[in-house]
Design a protein around this ligand. Structure first.
Ligand SMILES: [Zn+2]
Length: 440
């Protein structure tokens, strides 16, 4: 139960592709946290006994949906000695100990709340160390504290020695073993499934490793079939045309990061008989590479191998976005938060990047983060836009991001998550990192 409220004198941003707005609007929210009316104020009867919030001519956007998050770290750059293979194994060992588990619980809670206080009201995690995001989701749903909607993946599913292994992955070597890991993750309470289809940037040990296919198609197929039987969509980390084609044929629902497309890939995105809902979507996550490409390696502290892979994958992601735009493929939005240089309060930068570097209109970028993400996650009946019948997931901003740019999301006037209002939400920022990100 929450306090019913009226948010008066706002411009509602619809989150559609065209950037439609409703001027001089009012939003009414009931005690169940649902929107009962949203539209021009002249047409709405003000219910009695409601808390009244004057929007003062501000802009109400749908709560953002981050469809690709990690929650185990705060996104500050790691010191170079922490990125060696040896250090990664030591970190993995610690994360799987009891003190490590407690630390992960705490960090995940902090990071989820940081996302909420910066306007993200729904998070899909895609690669957790263990089940810390499940525990945080459960605490939020029990009402232990106010938080966003969380769809946790638990550990991602990978090949031995492949991307994500060993820190945040379960490894399998056969379709049957992979299918069992899906069942194990679902039994542990996850509501998202993630595959590492190809190598990645941050843990690559040689140039060209990012994007190299890793998991055989039949193994991915077993994962998709098992997840789809439970009504859960599957995300695949895939950074090359070859890896993407295999993942789409296997039935993957969202391709994470992406690459330039061929005809088969374009056709499969639009009509994918093995996917859960008949089509698949692209979630680019430019933030995972852009800072590593735009900033001097002396500043980012990454080694030559990571830098070379980041450059290659950045170009591939841009090509993927171009092809998706040209062929009308659904583009969603995810930040890859927790990776180096990707904080939990900088979700707005992803929309800014897909607009400035990816060529999406501002309206399309906001659409990706709201209505499109809600549709591809199958939650558009409850969130993704400000409409009667949906949960009151809102971010109220001083400026219109479609005109003034996405930095308008930096200091929201108000966030509402399922009808619970947070006024003047505050987050802890890393000033030195932000200064670097502001330099390009
Ligand atoms: Zn990721």
């Amino acid at each position: 139960m929450s306090t019913p409220f009226i948010l008066d004198h706002v411009t509602i941003l619809s989150g559609d592709r065209e950037g439609s707005t409703i001027d001089d609007a009012m939003i009414v929210v009931d005690s169940a946290g649902k929107i009962t009316a949203a539209g021009p104020r002249a047409g709405i009867q003000k219910p009695a006994g409601c808390r009244y919030i004057d929007g003062g001519g501000r802009f109400a956007a749908p709560g953002l949906i981050n469809a690709h998050a990690h929650l185990f770290s705060d996104g500050k750059p790691l010191p170079a000695f922490m990125t060696s293979e040896k250090a990664e194994h030591l970190v993995a060992k610690f994360m799987h100990s009891k003190p490590g588990e407690l630390l992960l619980n705490k960090r995940t809670k902090t990071n989820v709340l940081t996302q909420m206080n910066s306007g993200v009201t729904t998070i899909r995690s895609l690669g957790d160390a263990r089940y810390e995001a499940v525990r945080v989701r459960d605490a939020i749903e029990r009402g232990d504290y106010l938080g966003p909607r969380v769809y946790p993946s638990g550990p991602l599913l990978a090949m031995p020695g492949g991307h994500g292994a060993p820190q945040i992955a379960l490894c399998s070597t056969s379709p049957a073993e992979a299918a069992q890991q899906v069942r194990d993750n679902l039994a542990a309470g996850t509501t998202a499934i993630k595959i590492a289809a190809t190598g990645g940037v941050t843990d690559a040990r040689e140039i060209g490793q990012a994007g190299t296919p890793e998991m055989p198609e039949e193994q991915m197929r077993a994962i998709c079939e098992t997840a789809h039987e439970a009504g859960i969509i599957v995300a695949a980390h895939a950074q090359s045309a070859e890896g993407i084609a295999m993942a789409l044929r296997a039935g993957v629902d969202t391709i994470e990061h992406g690459a330039g497309m061929n005809e088969e890939i374009i056709a499969l995105f639009k009509d994918n008989p093995n996917s859960l809902r008949g089509s698949s979507a692209l979630i680019p996550t430019l933030q995972a590479c852009l800072p590593l490409v735009k900033l001097d390696p002396k500043v980012t502290g990454i080694n030559e191998i990571v830098r070379a892979n980041a450059e290659m994958i950045y170009e591939e992601m841009l090509a993927g976005i171009r092809d998706a735009l040209e062929h009308g493929i659904t583009i969603g939005m995810g930040t890859d938060s927790a990776l180096t240089h990707v904080t939990h309060y900088n979700t707005w930068r992803e929309m800014d990047y897909v607009h400035r570097y990816g060529g999406l209109t501002r309206a399309h970028a906001l659409h990706a983060a709201t209505q499109a993400n809600a549709q591809l996650l199958g939650i558009d009946a409850i969130t993704g836009s400000i409409e009667a019948g949906k949960d009151a997931d809102l971010v109220v901003l001083d400026a219109n991001p479609l005109a003034a740019g996405f930095r308008a999301f930096e200091n929201p006037f108000l966030v509402a998550t399922r009808g619970q209002v947070i006024q003047q939400p505050k987050v802890k920022r890393f000033a030195d990192l932000d200064a670097k990100l502001d330099s390009f």
